[in-house]
Design a protein around this ligand. Structure first.
Ligand code: SF4
Length: 241
């Protein structure tokens, strides 16, 4: 578990680490860069760098957090990676269900695997699990349809890094959309019109809209205001116990 600087969550929890690239949004994968850094620092979880690893002991952690938290699951991996056995995914879900005092935000690019397991009845959805898919451009909008078909109680899209327009999305059944630009040394440009279009689509569909950042080579300076204000909407967090 680690405190997170990601604007839409409070902390991260990584029962698996490592991954491999799947689509254009992965090009400058933050998790890969961080894994390399953590490996160089000798952190045990990252001795295999970015190779997929399962960390059984991590499953105990949510039981030890005293205060209710909003938790991003697998910021350093993808829970639906093909090397993660379905029974381990089910154990992660069981831990999340066992800890209704926390909200768990699971985000994947492997929407096909997510849907397959859901259709097979292998995933059970407690109210405190928010399921999201990454949608970086129009080539992967099929992920939205896959997510929509799952039984997740709260469904969200992470359009980050937004590297292309996403006109006319079907937002039926979607609760939350996050938009952000790419940062780093050679970020791909995010056109403000793409962002405004997504915000308008969210307004029309009554979907919560969160604008995370413009990104760029100096993301702090670029900030996170859109038309002069911040957008920090989120789905309603249920009364936590
Ligand atoms: S799916 Fe996520 S963690 Fe995996 S390579 Fe792509 S961006 Fe990185």
């Amino acid at each position: 578990m680690a405190q997170s600087s990601i604007e839409w969550t409070e902390m991260t929890w990584n029962p698996t680490t490592g991954c491999n690239k799947l689509s254009a949004g992965c090009k400058f994968c933050y998790a890969e860069v961080m894994s390399r850094r953590l490996q160089a620092m000798g952190v045990e979880k990252y001795t295999d760098n970015f190779k997929l690893r399962i960390h059984e002991k991590e499953l105990e952690l949510p039981y030890t957090w005293k205060k209710p938290k909003v938790v991003f699951v697998n910021s350093m991996s993808d829970l639906f990676h093909k090397e993660v056995p379905v029974d381990f995914i089910q154990r992660v879900f069981a831990v999340m269900k066992d800890n209704p005092q926390h909200v768990f935000q699971v985000l994947t690019k492997r929407a096909d695997v997510l849907l397959k397991y859901d259709k097979q009845g292998r995933l059970h959805w407690p109210h405190n699990v928010w399921m999201g898919v990454s949608v970086e451009d129009g080539r992967v909008r099929h992920r939205i349809d896959a997510l929509r078909q799952t039984g997740a109680r709260v469904k969200f899209l992470s359009c980050e890094p937004l590297i292309g327009p996403l006109p006319d999305m079907d937002l039926a059944g979607i609760d939350w959309v996050i938009v952000g630009g790419e940062s780093g040394r050679k970020p791909r440009r995010m056109d403000p019109d793409w962002v405004l279009d997504i915000k308008d689509q969210c307004d029309r569909a009554d979907v919560a809209f969160f604008f995370k950042q413009w990104g760029g080579t100096n993301k702090k300076a670029a900030g996170r205001e859109l038309e002069g204000r911040e957008y920090n909407e989120m789905p309603e967090i249920p009364e936590l116990v």
